[in-house]
Design a protein around this ligand. Structure first.
Ligand SMILES: [Zn+2]
Length: 179
């Protein structure tokens, strides 16, 4: 779909539905995820906001990157692999969708539309959809490591652990991603 057609459909969608549902027309495929976004500026901002800290940034700089897409792919690969190491869980197959949204308002609106509940999340991982919804304005290494923690746990266990254990492991990944 061309972006002009896409933009028209987006406008039509907003007129018809009148909601802030994301209309995602662009994709970046990485080793572990398809990143969906509706505007290259959002992808650029995601890459800009996502600072990996001193130690992991060193790894980022050691990898070839000619475009922001390359750099972002490298960062995402590094985070996933670091979280796997932190949790000592290496699922054979791990692949998800990451939906970029401009702010927490859109994340919370998506959550409300799906679950009918008001939350204050800046990001969340849908186990059913294998998808992270993420506010680009609020993203940082901790936020992403937490959600990636959920992804790794979700893909590692054949029987889903109780939610509290899921959450504890995601918090552990978040706390130790910089170790
Ligand atoms: Zn969590």
């Amino acid at each position: 779909m061309t972006s002009r057609v896409c933009a028209s459909l987006v406008i039509l969608f907003f007129l018809l539905v009148g909601t802030v549902s994301p209309s995602l027309c662009e994709e970046l495929k990485t080793r572990y995820a398809t990143v969906q976004y509706d505007d290259i500026a959002l992808l650029q901002k995601f890459n800009d906001e996502l600072y990996l800290g001193r130690q992991l940034s060193l790894q980022v700089r050691q990898q070839k990157a000619f475009t922001i897409q390359d750099e972002l792919q490298n960062k995402l690969n590094i985070i996933v692999e670091k979280v796997e190491t932190v949790l000592d869980m290496f699922p054979a197959k791990l692949y998800v969708t990451i939906v970029l949204l401009p702010s927490s308002k859109e994340v919370q609106e998506v959550y409300f539309q799906k679950y009918g509940k008001r939350v204050d999340h800046v990001a969340y991982y849908s186990l059913g959809e294998k998808t992270i919804y993420l506010s680009v304005r609020d993203v940082n290494l901790s936020v992403l490591a937490h959600e990636v923690g959920h992804i790794v746990v979700d893909h590692y266990f054949q029987v889903r652990p109780p939610y509290k254990i899921h959450e504890m492991l995601a918090q552990f990944a978040e706390a130790h991603v910089n170790d």
